[in-house]
Design a protein around this ligand. Structure first.
Ligand code: NG6
Ligand code: CA
Length: 510
């Protein structure tokens, strides 16, 4: 009898909890009136939590990023979805956990499109709400369906998953093909000099970093010893397309020019726009324009961040000149945490000085520890968002549902939570739980706690010198008291550990 009674009470209480949490969700999460501001994602590549000076750590000075951080909401518990690029970008655009898609791993330059063309994406959703949508910069989500002919229209790609306009680099700056792709066409391609790309074998007679080291202006440390473009050895082999090859040192200026033109065109057309501006900095190879050389005193990595900071300032200036800064919601973040030596000798390690790219966090890019996924995360909307700092748990997966709510769309994605009030600084109630990913392994953040299940694998990735978070034991950290993850409490707090395992399995499945 008692048992039945407690079961009934339990169900009743559960009902109340569900009811009240739904109720508060509705009142809290949707207090935003429907709006259609322009929306810009400024998304950096491998920028660490401590690389933005507004985060109060490190020794770099990033005044333009700080302008966003101090004039908007600076989130201290903001997460990318993954500790590497492709999965994070996948989750950002689809609102879906990347570990649900087995192919969401670092992609080669010839990988097929990762996003199903039938899948909901942020640009698709915003298009339905009357937005023009564009992407400028790094893509790294695959192109085509298997074997791309780079000399024809390249499809499917960004234009088939919701972008009206795309001007991209296919994968990464260190991967071939080293050309820009404009709405599916290689820019400046000479039909008499076709491009061929192969990730398995070289094209006969083409120089590589191994056969022609004397041609290199930048030395490779690990990987990166295939085709040489502009003196820089890359991942993958490429032949032809001489006139189409990008200039590495001009890349920031090139993308900025495209982003500005995109904004100007939208203002002329009088339509709201969504711009995904995916900068290549400070991913390797770090090739800041010579006018930024030496500006950070930290070598090319620091200089590339200062170049990106300048770019942010130029974009803000453009929005001001166009008179749309107060009608533009800007989201600033990074796809994953920092790394110093990611495969080239570029002084990133030697010249780091007292700078701390990860801030107080443990690990870095590729890691299950905090620095892998906890990144600078800023929302800025001049005149609408009141400046502040938020400790609420927010993730890039939540942008889809949040922007849907903002723009009055009914659409959503299962893993995406509507946190629009949190992103607008009107609520401090973020997510309760989040499963982060690092090279296909996952861990749980819930409340102030972080649990990493036992994993085989290296403790430290030697070449990049980053602690990966692998351990044969469960790890449990209280991030509020121990942000640097120095005390594993799994043994001393078995109850908390058990609770975390249940939540983790509830989301992931056992
Ligand atoms: C790794 C590369 C690294 C970087 C990374 C992708 C080697 C040895 N390392 O495989 O340099 O390109 O992939 O970075 O090739 S990401 O930010 O796009 O995920
Ligand atoms: Ca990255």
């Amino acid at each position: 009898k008692n048992r039945i009674f407690s079961k009934v009470t339990g169900l009743f209480l559960l009902g109340i909890t569900l009811f009240t949490s739904c109720g508060s969700d509705q009142s809290q999460q949707n207090s935003q009136p429907k709006a259609s501001p322009n929306i810009i994602f400024i998304y950096l590549d491998d920028l660490g939590y401590g690389d933005v000076s507004a985060y109060g750590v490190g020794t770099l000075s990033t005044p333009n990023m700080d302008r966003l951080a101090n004039g908007g909401i600076r989130f201290t518990n903001g997460y990318a979805s993954s500790a590497t690029c492709t999965p994070s970008r996948f989750a950002l655009l689809t609102g879906m956990y990347p570990w649900r898609n087995a192919d969401a791993k670092i992609l080669s330059g010839t990988a097929p499109l990762l996003i199903d063309t039938a899948q909901l994406t942020i640009p698709k959703l915003l298009k339905e709400q009357g937005y023009h949508t564009g992407i400028v910069g790094k893509w790294h989500l695959g192109l085509g369906t298997g074997s791309v002919d780079w000399n024809q229209e390249i499809s499917p790609g960004p234009n088939q998953v919701g972008f009206d306009y795309s001007h991209i680099l296919a994968a990464t700056q260190d991967r071939v093909p080293t050309v820009y792709i404009d709405n599916g066409r290689v820019l400046n391609l000479d039909p008499n000099d076709p491009i061929m790309v192969n990730y398995d074998e070289n094209f006969e007679g083409e120089p590589t970093a191994l056969t022609h080291p004397e041609l290199l202006t930048m030395k490779w440390h690990h990987g990166h010893n295939n085709s040489i473009v502009n003196g820089i050895p890359r991942i993958g082999f490429m032949k032809g397309g001489e006139k189409a090859k990008w200039s590495d040192i001009d890349m920031a200026d090139h993308f900025l020019g495209k982003a500005k033109t995109y904004v100007q065109d939208r203002v002329k057309a009088g339509e709201p726009f969504f711009l995904f501006y995916a900068l290549q900095e400070p991913h390797v190879p770090r090739t800041p324009h010579p006018r930024f050389e030496g500006t950070s005193g930290m070598g090319p990595r620091g200089d590339a961040i200062l170049e990106a900071d300048w770019v942010v300032g130029e974009l803000l200036k453009e929005l001001e000149e166009q008179g749309i800064l107060e009608n533009t919601l800007i989201f600033f973040s990074s796809d994953n945490g920092p790394v110093l030596n990611d495969g080239y000798y570029d002084d990133a390690v030697e010249k780091i000085g007292n700078h701390t790219p990860a801030g107080p966090l443990r690990g870095g890019k590729y890691s299950l520890f905090e620095a892998g996924t906890r990144v600078p995360f800023i929302t800025y909307w001049k005149g609408t968002i009141q400046p502040g700092v938020s400790d609420a748990l927010v993730t890039q997966i939540d942008l889809l549902a949040s922007l849907a709510a903002l723009t009055g769309s009914e659409k959503t994605a299962a893993d995406s939570e509507n946190l629009i009030d949190v992103l607008m600084g009107k609520s401090q109630k973020g997510r309760e739980a989040f499963v982060l990913e690092a090279t296909t392994k996952t861990a749980l953040r819930a409340g102030d706690w972080l649990m990493i299940p036992p994993y085989n694998g290296l403790e430290v990735a030697a070449q990049v010198n980053i602690e990966l978070g692998n351990s044969p034991e469960y790890q449990l950290y209280n991030l509020k008291e121990d942000i640097g993850q120095t005390k594993n409490l799994a043994q001393t707090n078995p109850e908390k550990l058990q609770e975390m395992i249940s939540i983790f399995e509830g989301i992931r499945g056992p």
